[in-house]
Ligand binder design. Structure first.
Ligand SMILES: Nc1nc2c(ncn2[C@@H]2O[C@H](COP(=O)(O)OP(=O)(O)O)[C@@H](O)[C@H]2O)c(=O)[nH]1
Ligand SMILES: [Mg+2]
Ligand SMILES: [Zn+2]
Length: 260
């Protein structure tokens, strides 16, 4: 850090992976609808996608969208479902099973009952960890629980300034011990995966890959084409309707974007 508060770059590491997103659509900015690639973080060992049982309610479509971003960036993905203390009727068991069956690591946590906290801390150690997820799911609370000295702000944090302009703060990297880094992403409300083509989306729904090679057309988008093996797998229950719905929803947004 210089005396005037500006920073100095000491070293530029080679980028082994990075998470990027499309910049949000900002009214009155540049070209109408133009969305650029924005790097959220790079060289990430662990990508923790944090969701919650309630407040905000568990949203699998949001989770699936973030999973696509993580898969397309080749990140080591860990799903966290926080606020497990609020899971009174054990409805979250359905979702943990669903994602585990696909092959994802799923950890349920609570800063109230301490469930999963030690396990999560072990997974972090000696690594560079990115925490990502909707505002309010408890990212900062989890980090404070593991590393009380961080004293991150928790609770309602507006992503907008009082003038209604989106804050430019996107992420902060914190060193918690000489080898462990945490990246919290307080300002990010949504992630639109950048640069994914319609015909490639299927690769980022990892359980689809075993079926798509049997589709009649090798450019099959599994939406309307005849002889689609993925659709067949949905009918047979080998792919869940929830994941297939998410897939179609994201596919649509890619189509919209490519028309811009
Ligand atoms: N019941 C419950 N509430 C939690 C838990 N974790 C966080 N919260 C609450 O959820 C709110 C949002 O937490 P925060 O850490 O700011 O979320 P962030 O926006 O993802 O960083 C706060 O009021 C926390 O007290 C949890 O495990 N259980
Ligand atoms: Mg936070
Ligand atoms: Zn198909």
């Amino acid at each position: 850090m210089n005396r005037d508060g500006s920073g100095v770059i000491n070293k530029i590491d080679k980028r082994k992976n990075y998470l990027s997103r499309k910049t949000p659509r900002i009214r009155g900015a540049g070209y109408k609808g133009e969305r650029l690639e924005q790097i959220v973080a790079s060289n990430i060992d662990n990508f923790f996608i944090v969701s919650s049982v309630a407040e905000p309610p568990f949203n699998y479509k949001t989770l699936d969208r973030i999973l696509v971003a993580g898969e397309s960036s080749c990140l080591n993905i860990n799903i966290i479902i926080n606020k497990i203390d609020l899971d009174n009727d054990n409805f979250i068991g359905f979702w943990t099973k669903l994602y585990k069956r696909i092959g994802y690591k799923v950890l349920t946590t609570s800063v109230i009952s301490n469930e999963g906290i030690d396990k999560l801390k072990k997974q972090l150690e000696g690594r560079k960890n990115l925490f990502f997820g909707q505002s309010g799911v408890g990212k900062s609370s989890l980090l404070n629980k593991m590393f009380p000295e961080l004293k991150l702000r928790t609770g309602k944090i507006s992503g907008f300034t009082d003038r209604g302009i989106h804050t430019t703060v996107t992420s902060v990297m914190i060193k918690v011990d000489p080898a462990t880094y945490i990246i919290d992403t307080p300002g990010i409300r949504e992630i639109a995966p950048f640069g994914i083509m319609k015909q490639d989306l299927t690769y980022y729904f990892i359980e689809f890959s075993g079926f798509q090679k049997n589709c009649k057309f090798n450019t099959c988008t599994h939406s309307h084409e005849p002889g689609c093996a993925v659709c067949e797998a949905v009918k047979n229950g080998d792919i869940t309707t929830e994941r297939y719905e998410s897939y179609l929803r994201i596919l649509e947004t890619i189509e919209e974007d490519s028309l811009l």
